[in-house]
Design a protein around this ligand. Structure first.
Ligand code: NAP
Ligand code: ZN
Ligand code: ZN
Length: 347
């Protein structure tokens, strides 16, 4: 077994603290990735706090992993030591269902194998995530990272980046389309950058007045402050696509009113709470509410290549591992500019 240093929560809602654990030896198809940066996603916080239901502890969170290949198994074809490598939200899937075969592994009919807070495919090994200095993973679930981009800003692409890129592509964000991103946090700010790069007209809908200048610097054309109760009144039937990246419950009905004919409101934020919907707002203009979960291996690689081509990285604050708990508090207070990334040397 390979000894690893990381940070874990020993029980639900506990602070994260140093924890040593082991990874499996490098098998014939495995890659050992030395982690360089690990992003903090709001999903990490939801799971440590059991906001999505019962979780597995001790838990090493982290599914935005950027690193360097240290060692490869005898049969590995795609990676060599020294190459950049990324790991996202899942580390395996059944590989044979129709969704896996279509490259949509995140929707595997047997359930994707999450990077942490779940069991590996043997049904008994607890998967542990990226708040650690190394990870061992099958080469088919490792991504190639662009060489021209700064590593710390790449890590968040592995979850925040693909989670916004995928629905933007699926719902056709591009020239002539009006796209609104609700919530300018880790996910939202990647949505602004990708929607802008795809050529859409981009609006940020935020409850934080102090984020307007940043939103515009990231490529937003407009900014709507949602603190005002009537914020939607002057924007009815304006948008082709609204993506909700907010981590807390929200009144969706106001946002529905902002959609044009056949417009879609896509949920990526996961507060864990049910949302009351006024069906009248859906009937009118034949609007849709949909959801989207990260992206498959194929599209995640496409997103990384596109980011390399367009020079897109996340705006990050690099922190030491000992500051994870403070960072969690700031994320929950919507005070992240715009993703915390942990320097893996400090684990
Ligand atoms: P984040 O960095 O905390 O961003 C969330 C943003 O939502 C905040 O910055 C804030 O933006 C807004 N917000 C927070 N509380 C609010 C409130 N009470 N009222 C209105 N707006 C509020 O979180 P994240 O890492 O981007 O993740 C966002 C959500 O997506 C989480 O629930 C996460 O679990 C989920 N997620 C889903 C997927 C998927 O595959 N679908 C993948 C990753 C994460 P403003 O200050 O601009 O309003
Ligand atoms: Zn995530
Ligand atoms: Zn499958």
């Amino acid at each position: 077994m390979i000894e690893v240093r990381g940070y874990a929560a020993q029980k639900a809602k506990a602070d994260l603290a140093p924890w040593n654990f082991t990874r499996r030896e490098v098998g014939p198809h495995d890659v050992l990735v030395e982690i360089v940066y690990s992003g903090i996603c709001h999903s990490d916080i939801h799971q440590v706090r059991e906001e999505w239901g019962e979780a597995i502890f001790p838990m090493v969170p982290g599914h935005e992993i950027a690193g360097i290949v240290k060692e490869v198994g005898s049969e590995v074809k795609k990676f060599k030591p020294g190459m950049r490598a990324g790991v996202g939200v899942f580390i395996d899937s059944c590989r044979k269902c129709e969704n896996c075969l279509a490259g949509e592994n995140q929707y595997c009919l047997e359930g994707m194998t999450g990077t942490y807070n779940g069991y590996e495919r043997d049904g008994k090994t607890v998967a542990q995530g990226g708040y650690a200095n190394a990870i061992v993973i099958h080469e088919d679930y490792v991504l190639k990272l662009p060489d021209n981009l700064e590593m710390s800003g790449i890590a968040p692409l592995l979850c925040a980046g693909i989670t916004l890129y995928s629905p933007l592509k699926h719902w056709g964000a591009g020239p002539g389309k009006k796209v609104g991103i609700i919530g300018l946090g880790g996910l939202g700010h990647m949505g602004v950058k990708f929607a802008h790069a795809l050529g859409a007209e981009v609006t940020v809908l935020s409850h934080s007045a102090n984020k307007e200048a940043d939103a515009k610097a990231m490529g937003a054309d407009h900014f709507i402050l949602t603190k005002d109760e009537k914020f939607f009144e002057s924007h009815k039937m304006e948008f082709d696509l609204l993506i909700n990246s907010v981590s807390a419950p929200l009144d969706l009905n106001n946002y529905l009113e902002m959609l044009k004919l056949n417009g879609s409101l896509v949920m990526v934020g996961l507060s864990g709470q049910p949302y009351p919907i006024d069906a009248f707002q859906m009937l009118n203009q034949r609007r849709r509410i949909a959801g989207s979960m990260i992206g498959g291996m194929k599209q995640t690689q496409e997103m990384l290549d596109f980011a390399g081509e367009k020079n897109i990285v996340s705006d990050v604050e690099v922190i030491k591992a000992e500051d994870i708990n403070k960072a969690y508090k700031r994320v929950v207070a919507s005070d992240v500019k715009y993703r915390f990334v942990i320097d893996a040397k400090t684990f």
